[in-house]
Design a protein around this ligand. Structure first.
Ligand SMILES: [Zn+2]
Length: 586
């Protein structure tokens, strides 16, 4: 007796035997029971997922002497003929080799005749997308109104190549790719039937090589079984199939994550000596790192990473404590190096270089995140990871603002009005009185401190003078943010609809700037009060500041130290490979 390959020997003969396509088999079974089976059905899906098998079972179900029934008897003449492939009323046509219009015309001629002894004349056209346009057109009319005794069952791996006019005349069923676990389990069952013992990890290896195609998996299993008898070891299978062991991939990822350069070069050397294809190894590695990243991200990982359970556990163990950003950057490098390896004349060298580059990635904050944080810090909108957004945002903004040197003079009747022109800072609840930590000034200059311009506010005689002054500075900030910033450091001496008097604190630079913009201030002042008002700007009293001088110098020193030790600064220095030149207190 001739040897029957596993795929044929164990071809499912009932809907229940079909692996992992319940959504299709259940629908078909229900359609048979309720006598609502379409006369043209298209099965689409990846290779080796059971399209032709399901079509044959459906043919049996329709033509069984006990039927139509969702559970064909597999004993009657019709069932037996279909199983043996010599049914007179079921025609299997290979669309790839019978793709001409003449073949379809011939088919059209034949369908007029009644079936020989069955209920239906069933045409199973495999790879139907290979038919020519003329052939499809010749089929259209027949497909729309076929004789009652005719059924068309199409199978294709590429449904997008089928004209829409054909698709719209068919009931379509999409078969899913079979997950590796299901392929492994099915192979384990067959091994048991055949009296062969293969470890689950080894079956997992074969399943992975099959890429989710049951037919490919069973062909590989056939190959393995024909080379070895009884107990088949993992090493034997690796040798027979000539594939890289999954352990090699785990060894490599472990070496990368541990920063063990020598370790990975050793593994590459081993794989190279073994005669494996390094380009294939690289593709497997990229897929492996992708899986590690998905596992590290955690959400729905088990569904997204199609690996056996024991490998999933290993992956979870390996990425514990490793940041997603780090893995993303490694994967990014591996992706970028892929074309270099594909076209390399010496793939081994290219592979080694790719990994040496991957080693240069250090687990740290990404440059993007860092720049974002620095920008946010400069713009006063930096939000630390912990705490509520609004509250923390305001407090952080204050932190930046508060790190400016305090006004040098405290004499004069008015209270110092700082943080004006920055709504976030102004609304922050109870700002810290003394903040030691400060942040580095980024390379780019500090941007406009006004994040959003508030609507123009009008003078209200009922407001206290401080509130009116806030509104006034808001108006100024709409015209010139730097000027508003200067005014924010001034002291309010008097504010009435007739007269505005401010004392300039800060340094001489502020006084110069305010005097230079006097005309603008006057304009805003007139618009604010709705009349011509007197504007008086007086220089601050510098005498009082000497009292606090020592204390302030001390504070500035402390702020410098805090900035130098700030983790963000350290991270920035490391990432940009820079040196610290100067610390400016903002
Ligand atoms: Zn039967």
């Amino acid at each position: 007796m001739s040897y029957l390959v596993l795929a044929r020997k164990y071809r499912p003969q009932t809907f229940e035997d079909v692996v992992k396509q319940e959504h299709v088999t259940r629908t078909l079974a229900n359609a048979i029971v309720s006598e609502r089976v379409a006369h043209a059905i298209l099965f689409s899906g990846p290779r080796g997922t059971g399209k032709t098998t399901i079509a044959r079972i459906l043919a049996k179900a329709m033509n069984c002497e006990q039927g139509p029934t969702p559970t064909p008897c597999n004993r009657c003449r019709s069932c037996q003929e279909i199983t043996n492939g010599n049914a007179v009323d079921v025609f299997e046509v290979d669309g790839a080799s019978n793709n001409g219009v003449d073949h379809i015309r011939e088919l059209r001629e034949n369908i007029r005749y009644m079936p020989a002894h069955s209920r239906y004349k069933i045409y199973i056209i495999d790879e139907v997308h290979m038919l020519s346009t003329a052939a499809f057109n010749a089929l259209l009319k027949t497909l729309e109104e076929p004789p009652a005794h005719v059924m068309f069952l199409f199978a294709t791996t590429e449904p997008h190549k089928i004209p829409i006019t054909i698709l719209s005349r068919c009931q379509r069923h999409d078969l899913r790719r079979i997950d590796l676990d299901a392929v492994s389990r099915h192979m384990a069952f067959l091994c048991q039937q055949e009296g062969t013992r293969i470890a689950p990890e080894t079956l997992g290896l074969i399943a992975r090589e099959s890429g989710g195609s049951m037919r490919d998996a069973l062909s590989l299993l056939d190959q393995v079984m024909s080379c070895a008898q009884g107990d088949i070891s993992h090493e034997q299978v690796l040798d027979i199939l000539g594939v890289v062991d999954q352990k090699v991939l785990f060894d490599m990822s472990a070496a990368v994550l541990a920063g063990d350069v020598a370790g990975i070069l050793e593994v590459i050397d081993e794989v190279y000596d073994h005669g494996h294809n390094l380009k294939e190894l690289y593709a497997a590695l990229v897929a492996h790192f992708r899986n590690l990243l998905v596992v590290a991200m955690g959400k729905n990982a088990e569904r997204l990473v199609d690996v056996p359970a024991h490998e999933y556990a290993l992956m979870a163990e390996q990425v514990r404590g490793t940041s997603e950003i780090y893995l993303t950057r490694i994967l990014d490098i591996l992706f970028r190096e892929e074309s270099a390896i594909r076209f390399a004349t010496d793939p081994r060298l290219a592979l080694e270089m790719a990994f040496i580059r991957a080693f240069q990635v250090k687990p740290a904050l990404s440059v993007d995140t860092l720049i974002q944080k620095l920008d946010a810090l400069a713009g006063g909108t930096y939000v630390p990871p912990a705490g509520g957004r609004n509250h923390s945002g305001g407090a952080a903004a204050n932190q930046v603002r508060e790190s400016r040197p305090a006004p040098e003079s405290r004499s004069g009747g008015g209270a110092p009005l700082r943080n004006l022109g920055n709504p976030a800072a102004r609304n922050a609840p109870s700002p810290p009185q003394a903040v030691q930590a400060t942040a580095p000034r980024p390379a780019a200059d500090v941007s406009d401190p006004v994040a959003e311009s508030p609507p123009l506010s009008a003078f209200n005689p009922d407001d206290p003078p401080e509130r009116s002054w806030e509104k006034f500075v808001e108006r100024i900030s709409d015209r010139s943010a730097p000027l508003a910033s200067c005014l924010g450091k001034c002291y309010l001496k008097a504010l009435t609809p007739e007269r505005l008097c401010i004392q300039v604190g800060g340094n001489g630079f502020d006084l110069k700037r305010i005097n230079k913009s006097r005309e603008l201030i006057q304009q805003v002042c007139d618009a604010f009060f709705g009349r011509s008002a007197e504007l008086e700007i007086i220089a601050g009293d510098r005498g009082a500041q000497t009292d606090d001088k020592k204390k302030k110098i001390n504070q500035v020193h402390q702020k410098r130290q805090a900035a130098l030790n700030h983790p963000l600064v350290e991270a920035a220095l490391e990432i940009f490979d820079g040196t610290l030149v100067d610390v400016k207190i903002l």
